[in-house]
Design a protein around this ligand. Sequence first.
Ligand code: F6R
Length: 261
Amino acid sequence: MEVVIQPDHESACLLCARLIADALRAKPTLVLGLATGRTMERVYQLLAHWCFFDGLDFSLARTFNLDEYVGLGPDDPRSYRYYMNRNLFDKVNIDLRNTHVLHGLADDLEQECARYEALIAEHGGIELQLLGIGRTGHIGFNEPLSAMLSRTRPKALTLATRQQNAFLFGGVDEVPARALTMGVGTILDARRCLLLATGEEKAEVVAQAVEGPVTSMISASALQLHPHCRVILDEPAASRLVGREYYDFIYEHEPEWAPYR
Ligand code: F6R
């Protein structure tokens, strides 16, 4: 795991977006795993801007989203399919047929999850997986006690997660109780992972995920097992880390980071 700390939300989003854009330029047919949520909005804005003004080309890219609420259809403004169309897909030259989001209205949820796993495999697996982190330490919607080897499946959301997202639904009671989510094991199968977290409210859980023990109580801690995982933080989100000096040293001195400094 490598941790890079940027001064603020804007510069953290910029670095994250540049890493995604560079991966896409290096491989136009990239299979990209995507996340939703407030943190990602600026990242998608930047990618859309570069697509429009700098020729960043999504025409051959394939995408798989991490999760979707059970019970919400693609036309529901609160669904993650809707979020993705509005924040990214409608603004870049991607072929919508190459964008994949779990179907929250599927009759058979287990079958839908199996279909999604098979589709990811058919595409050769995810090459770069973008991740946020929730207050419970979830990645995707892998709430505490999600098995490290879990695959895509329906998952009950914690009260803390429903509270985190209540603003979108006009109250915590309106937030769906369940979601479909890639499993921790599905995420760990991605060739590279890129986690972005900003803001003071993420500081404690980021410290637990990055420097604490690997535990299913904090699903993001499983990323410590991943051979190619980068964590991009802003100063407030990094404020509880104890190994800061070393992380900064790597960012300042390792040649791979030279283009981004
Ligand atoms: C959503 C997802 C979640 C979010 C996390 C952070 O697709 O995968 O794990 O990344 O809940 O959400 P924000 O960015 O809204 O704090």
